[in-house]
Design a protein around this ligand. Structure first.
Ligand code: NAD
Ligand code: TDX
Length: 337
């Protein structure tokens, strides 16, 4: 493993992963292949801009010529695939681009990777492919897939394509499924940064439904260390769940954010629920822990404090986003709720 193509490296988790890998592995080069959709932001990588081992290529995973050109130019031997449309609410407003990028794009990337003789392909997926849990129980790698949103259906489809390519062609693919991430560089459409930004601007905090839906939160750097572990030690054709047993009701997350910021709970506004809203996610990552020896390094209290501090110290980063194109999406998503 020498030259790693990271798709979607200008997004939230991809950019954190690039920082993590460049710092951890001095012998690796990273090629960030990203279309720069609304969610891609090269500011996330300004600290490594001049670094010799880092390259950025603007490209679309749906374009095989662009993918192959990047793979050949930089003698890519490894792919870590983050590029996707990633927001559930947007998949409800308009599913087509989710099928195009997440399903068709992954298929193109797989074909290009076969042609370029890639040695290892890590597909970054999500616990949402398993559907929704009741009050008890956990998702394991054996839980049947039951995606409920257009987003999760497109991710489940891409997971199955990777596994089918492995089974049929002996393709060196491995799949991870992680729980909800939080941390620096997360686009402010997602729960935690949206609530931080609104609270700091004294705007209402829109909590969907009764606020009792449960998500299992992992600090993004712990996701990166898990991906690094699976990339090096995971078995081809296998699936590894990633998570840190950290379940929270949405309303408690929002109250925690308000407390960290010293803002009043009166900002909380309950709004119309998300259609088809999954009730609870909780992931069993014991396979990754027991077989590959991974453990998360951040406790939630520490992770959320670091995250809130990052948004306080990087106000221009998110203010630029929420004052641009994003205002149209925000109005469409929240004005009628
Ligand atoms: P994000 O929306 O922040 O970033 C996605 C990136 O992909 C952007 O930089 C965007 O420009 C790029 N992209 C989109 N379409 C592209 C295309 N056609 N070609 C090239 N690049 C393209 O997403 P994220 O939250 O960082 O998620 C990254 C991956 O991790 C996704 O595959 C997502 O399903 C998965 N995941 C996310 C979470 C989470 O909590 N955010 C949890 C588990 C898994
Ligand atoms: O304004 C909001 N109000 C609200 O109550 C938003 C944006 C969200 N929510 C709720 C919905 C969810 O129950 O908060 C919870 C988290 O919502 P999101 O941040 O949109 O995340 P989620 O839908 O759980 O999906 C995320 O985790 C899995 C990522 O966006 C996916 O990319 C990942 O696969």
């Amino acid at each position: 493993m020498k030259n790693i193509l990271v798709t979607g490296g200008a997004g939230f988790i991809g950019s954190n992963f690039i920082h993590y890998m460049l710092a951890k592995h001095s012998g690796y080069s990273v090629i960030n292949f990203d279309k720069l959709t609304y969610a891609g932001n090269l500011e996330n990588l300004s600290a490594v801009k001049g670094v010799q081992r880092y390259r950025f290529v603007k490209g679309d995973i749906c374009r095989k010529d662009e993918v192959l050109a990047a793979m050949r130019t930089y003698a890519v031997d490894t792919v870590v695939h983050f590029a996707a449309e990633s927001h559930v609410d947007r998949s409800i407003l308009g599913p087509a681009v989710f099928v195009e990028t997440n399903v068709m794009g992954t298929n193109v990337l797989l074909d290009a990777s076969r042609e370029a003789d890639i040695e290892r392909f890590l597909h970054v997926s999500t616990d949402e492919v398993y559907g929704s849990l009741g009050a008890t129980g956990y998702f394991t790698e054996q839980t049947p897939l039951h995606p409920n949103s257009p987003y999760s259906a497109s991710k489940a489809s891409s997971d199955l394509l990777v596994l089918a390519y492995q089974h049929t062609f002996g393709f060196p693919g491995v799949v991870t499924r992680c729980s909800n991430n939080y941390g620096p560089y997360q686009f402010p459409e997602k729960l935690i940064p949206l609530m931080i930004a609104n609270a700091l601007n004294d705007r209402p905090l829109p909590v969907y439904g009764d606020g009792l839906n449960v998500r299992d939160w992992l600090y993004v750097e712990d996701h990166c260390s898990a991906l690094d572990t699976v990339l090096h030690r995971g078995a081809v054709g296998e699936v590894y769940n990633i998570g840190g047993h950290n379940e929270w009701k949405n309303i408690d997350i929002v109250k925690t954010v308000l407390k960290e910021l010293g803002k009043p709970e009166s900002l909380i506004t309950f709004v119309k629920d998300r259609p088809g809203h999954d009730r609870r996610y909780a992931i069993d990552a014991s396979r990754l822990q027991n077989e590959l020896g991974w453990t998360p390094a951040h406790r939630f209290e520490e992770g959320i404090r670091k995250t809130v501090r990052w948004y306080l110290e990087n106000r221009p980063w998110w203010e630029r986003i929420i004052s641009g194109e994003y205002t149209k999406y925000y109005d469409q998503q929240y004005s009628q709720r």
